[in-house]
Every structure is written in C-alpha cells, then in structure tokens.
Ligand binder design. Structure first.
Ligand code: ARG
Length: 470
C-alpha cells in the first residue's frame, strides 16, 4: 500500500482511483479549504480526547498536535499545497499530517468526515456570527452618528411614497438601527442552536469506542451560559442537520433585505427630485457617456447584492428538501452558499458604514419638503378631536378643507379662520396654530414616536448602548 492510500477514503475496497471527471466533479477543497482553521482545532481536540481514552500515547498526541500546528502555520504563510486528489479540506490536512507524522494514521479513530464537517461548519458559523455582529454594530454607529449630527432636521415621513406626516431625519435613520438590532438578536438565537457539538456522531451511528464527547465539546467551547457541554442528542440528526446553516442564511437574508431598503432610501434621497442627501464623490461613480452624472452605484449594489443572499437561502432550502436520512453528499453544496452569504453581507456592511460617514444631510431640501402644510392635515383633524368632534367626522371635515385649498390653489395653512369655519363651525381662532411645524413635532412624544424629546431620548439610548458594545 502506498502512503497516500492509507489516507484517502477509497483505500482497500477500490481498485484504482476515481475517473478524472468524477474526481473533478466531486472535489470540494477548491472552496472548503476555508474551513482549515476550524478543522485543525477540531482535530486537536479530538486527538486530546483520544489520548484521554487511551487510543493515543502521550508521544503520539504530541506529534499529532505539533504536526497539525505545523500545517496551520504553513497554510497561514500560503505554503500549503492543496491537492484536488484528496477531495476536501479534511482529507488534505489528514493526508499531509500522516505524511509528516506516522501517528496521524490514528487521528481519524471514532470519527467520520460526516461528523467532522458538521463540526467544522458549526464552528465556522459561530465565528461568522461574531464577525457579522461587529460589522452590524459599526453600521448602527454610523447611522446613529448621522442622526445625531442632524438632530433638528425634519423631513416628510412617507407612506405609499406619498408625503404623509413630518418626522425628524433622526427618527427615519433610527428605524434602520432598530431593524439591525433585531438582526443581531436573531443571530444570537442562531448562535445558540449552532453551538452544539456533533463530534462523536461518526458517520451516522456514533462509535463503539468510549469517546468522551463532553471533553471535546468543552475543548471547543460548545458550552451553555453555565459552562455545561452542549452535545447533539441524535447521531443521525447530527450528521444530516444543516438547520443552523439555513437559519444563519435566513437571518443574513433578512439583514441583507434591511440593507437593501436602506440603500433604496439613499438612492431616492440622492436623486434631484428628493435632494435630501449628498453622498461623497468617493462613494459614487460617473457615467461613461453623460458628463453631468453622479450615480449612487454603491447604494445600488448594496440593494442588488441582497438578491444573491436571498438566492443562497433558497438554494440551501432546495438542497435539503428531498434528502433522505442521514448524510448525503449533496450536503457538500451547502458551503459555497454559506461562504458567499457571509462574504456578501460583510462586504455590504463594510461599505455602507463608511459611505454613511461620507454622506451629508442636505437640510434645506429636507426642511423645504417638511414644511408642506399638507403634512399637518392629520394634526388639524386631531385639533377637532380635542374640541370634542368624533374622529371619523373630523377626518371628513379636514378632507373638505384640503379640497377647498386645492380648489383655490391656496396652501392649506393660508386659509383664513373664516374659510375654515365655512367648512365647520368647530374651528376657533387657535386653529391656524396647528401649522407650526416645531410645535407639531414637539407634540409627538408618545413612546416610539417621532417627537423631538422622544427622538432625543432614543438617540441617547442608542449612544449608550452602542458605546458599551465591541
Ligand atoms: N466534503 C464533504 C462535505 O462537505 C465531507 C463529508 C464527506 N463524507 C462522505 N461520506 N463522502 O460534505
């Protein structure tokens, strides 16, 4: 037997290697090499456990750990040669280890690539969540900073993309901070469910050897808040379960959708029609044909890339839906979707945050739009409610007032008290005061409302919360 054949999965039973086409079609090392660090950490923990239960002698353990650390160092320096003939990251590392250290041939005791890859993926997802959370926090900070720098600026709030009621720019921006906060919470839930150790599940039916699963789980940080090891409870489920990857991609897809909606607002606001923001030249592009153009391509791409992330989620769900128990090779297709999701969402977060730091609110245009008196029609109806009128009637009366203003071509706030009283006698001399925008916002101080004090309170809350976060 050649040295190589002691490690490849085809040894013993097979005559000759796989067909060239079959090998090329099934190799995954070209993309799953990215799991190398987690694979090595998992192998070291597994080796320590094998020593504990008497499978590896002290010297063998030491040689294996040193060998794996040497491989890690080589990979880091770009000196490791990944070989497609070893199929995947797991076999590449194990083959090289065994070439360097004879005891490497004992490493795979009580382990299958099926529980090994499930382990690597869970560890990888845990780290991805930590990294993405940090990126989301940074975007939240950029949004809060932009909101705080423009604390007094007002703009119309829209429904149906029609001007609706006045809000503060800060309130609009903090809406995204809230969405991102829920994304972080969802990632937290996903982390808890990914943080369960599958090693010891073997190919699907565990092992006859007395593996110490709790020891491995502890070594790799698969513990709950109280430090108790978290182990998968069903070996068949453990090797075939990719719920944690689907859930991660689902949370990431929703995050990407939130980023896309933010990007859409920025694209709209950067248009001449809105003119609410100025994005720095360095985050925009010109047209190859029209010399005057300044295009918000970065925001557009942030919007567009959400499509890939949503696609990745759908691809994973489709991949899983017809699989019989337990492990099936189809599962290898999960990695590129997962990796692409993380890469795409991280890249989007990492460009949106600095772009917002290079974006200014164009206050005159916001204020001009916010001073549209139509935005306060609801306030006029609530004025009538305060005078005792049922809201349905007040809604009708103010509708008639708006129609009158439209008919005359007069702004709503320019109608005289007489005009108002011609529509309904309930209007009094204090009615025109409704159109004071400053007061209109000062009045909107319900919890969660867009009022001046409430938004100031929310800004302070976010500032404090975010300064306490990594
Ligand atoms: N590369 C494989 C994957 O990603 C590892 C597990 C292979 N297991 C097997 N029995 N062929 O799923």
């Amino acid at each position: 037997m050649s040295k190589k054949s002691t490690v490849v999965a085809r040894s013993g039973r097979f005559q000759g290697g796989p067909a060239v086409e079959a090998a090329g079609f099934s190799e995954s090392v070209s993309f799953d090499w990215r799991l190398w660090e987690h694979d090595i950490r998992g192998s070291i923990a597994h080796a320590r456990m094998l020593h504990r239960i008497g499978v590896l002698a002290k010297a063998e353990l030491r040689a294996i750990v040193r060998g794996l650390e040497g491989i890690a160092a080589d990979i880091l320096r770009g000196r490791f040669r990944w070989r497609a003939e070893f199929e995947d990251v797991h076999m590449n590392i194990e083959a090289e280890l065994t070439r360097r250290v004879p005891a490497g041939a004992k490493l795979h005791t009580g382990r299958s690539r099926n529980d090994q890859v499930a382990l690597d993926m869970r560890m990888w997802v845990r780290d991805a969540i930590i990294v993405l959370n940090r990126d989301v926090r940074d975007l939240q900070r950029a949004l809060v900073d932009l909101a705080a720098h423009n604390a007094g600026v007002r703009l119309p709030g829209y429904t149906h993309l029609q001007r609706a009621q006045p809000v503060l720019v800060a309130h609009h921006l903090l809406a995204y901070v809230e969405m991102l906060e829920r994304d972080i919470q969802r990632f937290g839930g996903c982390y808890v469910r990914a943080n369960v150790c599958p090693l010891g599940s073997g190919a699907l039916a565990g092992s006859t050897l007395p593996l110490d699963r709790e020891f491995v789980a502890r070594q790799l940080g698969f513990v709950d808040a109280a430090g108790r090891p978290k182990l998968t409870r069903n070996s068949m489920d453990a090797v075939s379960d990719r719920d944690f990857a689907v859930e991660f991609c689902g949370v990431a897809a929703l995050l990407a959708v939130h980023l896309s909606r933010l990007a859409e607002d920025l694209v709209l606001w950067a248009s001449a029609e809105f003119d609410f923001i100025r994005i720095a030249d360095s985050y925009t592009t010109g047209s190859s044909l029209m010399p005057q153009k300044k295009n918000p391509d970065i925001a557009e791409l942030a919007r567009g890339k959400s499509g890939r992330v949503i696609g990745n989620l759908v691809a994973l769900l489709t991949l899983l839906k017809g699989l019989p128990m337990s492990y099936n090779r189809d599962l290898q297709e999960d990695k590129e979707r997962l990796f692409d999701t993380v890469d795409t969402v991280a890249a989007t977060l990492r460009v949106l945050a600095p772009m917002l730091r290079h974006t200014t609110i164009h206050a005159p245009a916001c204020e001009a739009a916010a001073s549209d008196p139509h935005l306060l029609a609801t306030d006029l109806a609530e004025y009538l409610v305060r005078k005792g009128m049922p809201f349905r009637r007040a809604h009708h009366v103010v509708g008639a007032v708006v129609a009158l203003a439209d008919r005359r071509g007069t702004p709503l706030d320019q109608l005289t008290l007489k005009d108002l009283q011609a529509v309904d006698r309930t209007f009094r001399a204090d009615a025109p005061a409704v159109f004071n925008l400053q007061q209109a916002l000062a009045r909107r101080n319900l919890p969660g409302g867009p009022g001046t004090n409430e938004v100031r309170r929310q800004l302070a809350r976010w500032r404090k919360l975010l300064s306490a976060q990594p």
